[in-house]
Design a protein. Structure first.
Length: 631
């Protein structure tokens, strides 16, 4: 039994991190202290003087743990890492920070690529972001792809006799794989891209204007038009940016905002004297924290996971532990400089009182007022839509249950638990290589960790039989206690009409389960047309726009998932089926042959001498390949 009073006496007086836990052993709060004994004891004394947040937390503390550190800075860094690991209930957290996309330039490679990523590492590569708008990332990447013929594949070393892919022949790649690319010319393109991503596009535009005029003077009008379009694309991107009077270095302006429905930090980025955009980072705060606490939590968690920090961070209020956070930012600067992801510099955290920086702070504060209003309006609309959709799904479940004569789980309006939907689809090509797919939604969000794939074993080419096999295997695994299938849905969506619904319902009846099953029928244009019940009745989705959108999105998602799995299965089978039939050719030799010859047809035409040049081949294996293809 953990005796809190006795354990308090054992606490050391050195710096460290403490973790409060509830009765289940779950970490509910992580904090750091210069003196562990003094800090932790404060929670259990003079409770009347604590804030409501602290009183609520203390009432749930059943035990605590701690880790000692050498300095307060070490404790601060450890605190940030533990918060990210445990996501404690009473800490202010960056909400869904792992979902924000970045743009990565792979500078560690001889010929760098520009790719989308969600993981930032302390390596030689350059990262730009995070971007709260995924669409903006794709728009920027598409523009870069149109302007620059960059390497697309991740291969670092190409074997001899490599054949270039389609990108080379259509002018979308310089042909690195066949030695056609000039590295200096390629790196010049990368430098332009780094300027664009960093908001420093003036030099790139001047260069494109010069090339446009040169092409025009040489009567190469198509080439000049191409450069003109590139300039327009860059200027279109810049039109969304507001000019400022700030000197030409990097600045972040952070505005903590608390509204009735949201806790966010608005991050305004200034690069080379130009505001290049605003990012909205949502914070998960279940308590009534102050703006100072919100800002402090953001500074510690956000910049610790980034590879570049600006030279100045402007804030409207003094964050908690301001001096320590300033020291932390400079410590991160040093780590980034050592990792080669940033140039050495010091970061200044402050509130401007006059001049051009005070003017830009006032501008962002005024913008944040409008932002708070619009976010609350959006949250209200989303909440109303969510409520209406829940009602529609509840009505759908109730009607399906009435038709089947069963009693469903009712979806109460005040029930915090999201309803669960499973959707199924079958994919094949002319009845061959049949696969099944299952996707899962909770409310309006996909739960991708719960998606499942099935290779059809017993009903190849039979859609109804394939659906029954998938459903049987799914329900059997649930009965056997498989945690990956243990949760049953509130309703099942089946891609298809009445025949598919009856096929699945037969398996459901065999397992004596009463989960509602409905079909999603499509029209001649392959758009979701209606919801089909087991008695053949339908709901025409033209008159139900909310349900049409929801069901259509789920049907498209399960279809995409099934098709992707089927293509991968078919591709592997087409690539390896022939080679697997050749005696004395195992997995390593199959791989070596494909790397050298790149296709089955090239292996078929290869001579004995060419086969012998393949890694791992001997005379018996080469003769076996020749004999197989001669037959």
């Amino acid at each position: 039994m953990f005796d809190i009073n006795e354990e308090l006496k054992k606490l050391p007086t050195c710096p460290g991190v403490y973790m409060h836990k509830d009765r289940l052993g779950t970490v509910i709060y992580v904090g750091k202290a210069v003196n562990l004994r003094n800090r932790v004891r404060q929670y259990f004394r003079n409770s009347s003087q604590h804030s409501p947040k602290v009183r609520s937390m203390v009432s749930n503390i059943a035990e605590f743990d701690y880790i000692t550190c050498g300095t307060e800075m070490e404790a601060l860094i450890l605190e940030c890492n533990l918060i990210k690991k445990y996501m404690p209930k009473y800490n202010i957290l960056l909400k869904d920070d792992k979902t924000y996309p970045y743009i990565e330039v792979t500078m560690s490679e001889e010929f760098p690529r520009v790719i989308r990523t969600r993981e930032v590492k302390r390596d030689e590569n350059r990262y730009f972001g995070p971007y709260s708008d995924s669409t903006a990332v794709w728009r920027i990447l598409k523009m870069i792809d149109e302007m620059y013929p960059l390497k697309k594949c991740s291969t670092l070393h190409f074997p001899e006799n490599t054949r270039p892919c389609l990108n080379y022949f259509i002018g979308k790649c310089k042909g690195i794989c066949v030695g056609k690319a000039d590295r200096e010319e390629y790196l010049e393109m990368i430098r332009d891209i780094l300027g664009i991503l960093g908001g420093r596009d003036a030099g790139v535009i001047r260069k494109l204007e010069r090339k446009m005029m040169e092409a025009s003077d040489a009567l190469k009008y198509e080439e000049a038009a191409k450069y003109r379009d590139y300039i327009r694309a860059l200027r279109s991107l810049s039109e969304k940016q507001r000019a400022t009077m700030v000197r030409e270095h990097d600045i972040d302006i952070l505005i903590p905002i608390r509204t009735h429905r949201n806790q966010i930090v608005a991050q305004y980025r200034v690069r080379e004297g130009k505001m290049i955009g605003r990012e909205i980072i949502y914070m998960n705060d279940e308590t009534e924290s102050t703006r100072e606490e919100l800002l402090s939590a953001f500074l510690k968690q956000y910049y610790l996971s980034t590879s570049r920090i600006p030279k100045e961070v402007i804030v409207p209020v003094h964050p908690e532990e301001e001096d320590l956070i300033s020291e932390l930012l400079n410590h991160i600067d040093e780590m980034n400089a050592k990792a080669g992801t940033d140039v050495p510099h010091k970061t200044r955290l402050y509130i401007p009182e006059r001049g051009e920086k005070k003017a830009i702070l006032d501008m962002t504060l005024a913008d944040s007022v409008e932002l708070a209003r619009s976010l609350d309006e959006r949250a209200n609309r989303d909440e109303e839509r969510k409520k209406n959709l829940r009602q529609k799904i509840s009505e759908l479940i109730r009607r399906a249950a009435e038709i089947d004569g069963t009693i469903p789980r009712l979806l109460e309006e005040d029930d915090e638990e999201e309803y669960r939907v499973e959707a199924y689809d079958i994919s094949n090509m002319n009845g061959l290589d049949t696969v099944g797919a299952m996707v899962v939604y909770e409310g309006s969000r996909p739960v991708r960790n719960d998606y499942r794939k099935f290779r059809i074993r017993t009903a190849e080419g039979d859609d109804y039989g394939s659906l029954q096999e998938v459903m049987y295997r799914r329900l059997k695994r649930a009965r056997e206690g498989d945690p990956g299938f243990s949760r049953y849905p509130d309703i099942m969506f089946i891609d298809g009409g009445l025949g598919q619904v009856h096929a699945v319902k037969a398996v459901m009846d065999a397992f004596r389960l009463t989960i509602p099953v409905v079909g999603l029928a499509k029209d001649d244009a392959h758009r979701t047309r209606a919801v089909v019940f087991t008695d053949g009745s339908e709901i025409d989705l033209k008159s139900e726009p909310l349900l049409f959108s929801y069901a259509g999105n789920i049907q498209e998602e399960v279809h995409r998932f099934a098709i992707t799995f089927h293509r991968g299965t078919r591709g592997k089978k087409m690539t390896h089926s022939v080679l697997e039939e050749i005696p004395k050719i195992g997995p390593k030799r199959r791989k070596a042959l494909m790397e050298k010859f790149r296709s089955i047809d090239a292996i078929r035409k290869a001579s004995y001498e060419e086969l012998m040049e393949t890694e791992g081949m001997n005379s018996q294996a080469a003769e076996s390949v020749l004999e197989f293809f001669q037959q």
